[in-house]
Design a protein around this ligand. Structure first.
Ligand code: ZN
Length: 118
């Protein structure tokens, strides 16, 4: 199998991690069915157990979507907030951090619909 070429603009999909539900045809970016999204500066230990489980489930689903989209060269097309300026859910201006967390990756999020747990 041929591996897709590595492009620097495809790294750091942190912002897309909110768009993780596998159900098609439904807005997914901020976790509609599961309550508010999670702010990327939240402390893992501050998440309620149910929210943590949701996050883990969605991260797992997204990793499969990510690989499939990456192989099909359609990853960028599925970005919900990564590299965007406006929240697709509520039209609010997105927040942006050039380097965030241990991995120092780019992060995009909506302060209106992604809750900060601290
Ligand atoms: Zn929003």
């Amino acid at each position: 199998m041929k591996r897709p070429p590595r492009r620097p603009d495809c790294g750091g999909e942190t912002g897309a991690a909110r768009s993780t539900s596998a159900s098609p045809g439904r807005p997914e970016y901020c976790g509609d069915a599961v309550g508010p999204g999670v702010h990327p500066e939240s402390r893992i230990g501050a998440l309620p157990p149910r929210k943590l489980s949701e996050l883990i489930d969605q991260a797992r689903e997204y990793s499969f979507d990510f690989l499939r989209w990456k192989r099909e060269f359609v990853l960028k097309k599925h970005y919900q907030v990564h590299t965007k300026t406006i929240c697709p859910r509520d039209g609010q201006r997105l927040q942006y951090r050039k380097q965030l967390g241990r991995a120092q990756r780019r992060a995009f999020w909506c302060a209106a619909c992604q809750r900060l747990y601290e």
